[in-house]
Design a binder for this molecule. Structure first.
Ligand code: AMP
Length: 589
């Protein structure tokens, strides 16, 4: 009945089509490559590689080299600057997407076209169909913490903004969101507002006004939901006052367009709702379960919770209480990869089933922990790429994608593990970004190794003092000889409130937790100096976030950099300026 109400959407039909595609993954991949090459074979890039009209996988692999973003940058730059000839794509480029680039501090330009809108809607519908089978929602709305980013016009007249903003601006977005019962309860003016803090405040307010209707709480990344409720803890009384008065705070929200749109929803004084919100907040213990308390009809919390977002799951669980957390799909500004078709799985074990018609996928087999040449990308040894259906369960791979948006054998830089198969298509577990390794000489530690080290040290030395790691990052400091690892943590208390013993213990444990033989050997031989733990002032990661926002990054795309490169001077300066206490490990003394 619900599906009828939503018009064209039929979850069972979407699932049946998905099952058909995934059962026939090999043929679907072949056909997808054929379509991509038929559409784009006449582009300057592919013409120069001698495919001469061939669209089969063997010729493709023989003629077209693996490419990184740096290889394609000169072509992309020409398009950005206004070259309208078919440089990388047969179909016109409609706008430019900017990827987040949190690690190196430099954002990447990518092409955006109608094909990406189509595949985005396909993956939204697919994951919703599976989600809805598990956790059916009724006719209602979504409290979505989504924000468009600033946009600018390139020299060549194209609009450049984030991929998500490009999607939000598309005609199809609203219709699909309505069809999948995920219509945002805030007006467009809030989503497209220029000031993030004002938009966040209004999302919360609009969510409270539509409390009974809200069926799910979501954001692109889990971090945004956590940030929203950290903010809620500070501003809830002001939100209640606004609802009581029926008027928006003149200091919190100053943008005339946002004020007008949200004031229309406020309509008039509503002391009953203000009292109800205040009563429910007062009944909470340390904000545990605030989401179901205020949005009693919400069925789940939804967003990307894997990879660098896994750190926020604990806090999210706290705010969500008993509500299920559902990990959202896997993709990048470059294109989509897979959907979470097992939504009941906890985020820590979420996998992504590759959609075989969304792009042509290859996988570079990686051997973790090999002792190849040192450097930031030296965690893995690699061999020849294999096709989508040739991957082996349990093995690690780097994702390589060929898309309808001008990327050919493009190395995404993500490491995944094959967790199993859904029909004939693999289910991927996201492992880490490949280039986010802490490495000084022969040591190699990935983003995941860092996460495990931080978790272990926090459990052993901080939990007993009721201290939590709010956020963390790291840096391979080579400014002195020998170089050493620096781990930066922001705690849920001022550094002065944490005992020096606990922090020293935490520092030693971090050093011990990096078990990679290259690291252990280098520490023993003093080729790497003692690990340094820097405890940051509270609010440091908000400053880091503001720094990225000032560079034009949107909050919805923000991922705390887990390893800050030397080139990222802006963030390093903030971390240095905000260091409250520093400890050096005695683990190898
Ligand atoms: P961006 O293009 O800036 O949005 O970043 C894309 C990157 O975010 C991907 O290459 C992944 O490293 C990461 N990412 C996206 N989706 C997920 C996911 N579901 N789980 C873990 N990491 C993800």
């Amino acid at each position: 009945m619900l599906e009828k109400k939503a018009g064209e959407f039929s979850g069972e039909k979407v699932i049946a089509e998905f099952e058909r595609l995934t059962r026939d993954a090999d043929n679907v991949q072949r056909e997808t490559l054929r379509r991509i090459l038929a559409e784009n074979g006449d582009t300057e890039y592919l013409r120069g590689l001698g495919l001469a009209g061939r669209t089969d996988a063997a010729s493709f692999k023989e003629c077209v080299p693996l490419a990184t973003h740096a290889d394609l940058e000169p072509y992309i730059e020409r398009i950005v600057d206004g070259d309208a000839t078919p440089v990388l794509t047969g179909k016109p480029v409609t706008s430019i997407s900017l990827s987040s680039g949190t690690t190196q501090g430099k954002r990447k330009y990518l092409l955006f076209n109608e094909e990406l809108v189509k595949s985005t809607m396909q993956i939204y519908r697919t994951s919703y169909a599976f989600r809805n089978r598990e956790f059916p929602v009724e006719d209602g709305k979504a409290l979505q913490f989504i924000y468009s980013s600033r946009q600018f016009t390139t020299k060549g007249g194209l609009t450049a903004t984030t991929a998500t903003t490009n999607v939000y601006r598309s005609e199809e977005f609203k219709a699909t969101m309505r069809a999948v019962q995920s219509q945002c309860c805030s007006p467009d003016e809030v989503i497209f507002g220029a000031d993030f803090a004002q938009s966040l405040y209004c999302h919360l307010l609009c969510g409270l006004l539509a409390a009974g209707e809200v069926q799910m709480v979501s954001a692109t990344f889990a971090h945004s939901v956590v940030l929203a409720f950290q903010t809620f803890e500070r501003v809830w009384e002001e939100l209640c006052a606004d609802i009581r008065r029926g008027a928006l705070s003149p200091t919190r929200v100053t943008s005339p367009a946002v004020r007008q749109a949200v004031s229309a929803l406020l309509a008039g004084p509503n002391p009953e709702l203000a009292d109800a919100v205040a009563r429910r907040c007062a009944g909470l213990s340390n904000w545990y379960g605030v989401i179901p308390a205020l949005w009693p009809n919400a069925k789940y919390v939804y967003g990307i919770m894997t990879g660098s977002m896994e750190h926020y799951v604990k806090k999210l669980r706290h705010y969500a209480g008993e509500l299920p957390l559902v990990a959202a799909e896997y993709g990048a500004s470059e294109g989509w990869i897979g959907a979470n078709v097992e939504p009941a799985a906890p985020p820590e074990s979420a996998t992504f089933t590759v959609l075989p018609d969304i792009g042509y996928f290859e996988f570079i087999p990686l051997r973790p922990g090999c002792t190849a040449a040192p450097g930031p990308d030296a965690c893995y040894g690699e061999s020849e790429p294999v096709g989508l259906t040739d991957v082996v369960v349990g093995e690690h791979y780097e994702v390589v994608m060929t898309t309808f948006a001008g990327l050919y054998r493009y190395r995404l830089g993500d490491v995944v593990r094959v967790a199993g198969f859904h029909n004939a298509t693999p289910k991927l577990k996201f492992v880490c970004r490949r280039n986010l390794a802490l490495s000084i000489n022969i040591d190699k530690n990935s983003e995941q190794d860092l996460q495990l080290a931080v978790d272990a040290a926090a459990a052993k030395f901080l939990a007993a003092e009721k201290l939590e790691v709010v956020d963390y990052t790291s840096h391979a400091d080579m400014s002195s000889d020998p170089g050493h690892y620096v781990v930066f943590v922001e705690l849920n208390a001022a550094a002065a409130d944490a005992s020096a013993d606990a922090l020293q213990g935490c520092c030693d444990e971090l050093d011990r937790a990096f078990a990679d033989p290259g690291y252990v050997g280098s520490r023993r031989s003093r080729a790497i100096g003692p690990l340094e733990l820097r405890v940051l002032q509270r609010g440091t990661f908000h400053r880091v976030l503001r720094h990225y926002l000032s560079l034009g990054a949107p909050v919805s795309q923000f991922k705390s950099p887990r390893c800050v490169a030397r080139s990222n001077a802006g963030v390093l300066q903030i971390l240095a300026a905000c260091t409250a206490k520093a400890f050096f490990s005695a683990a190898y003394d």
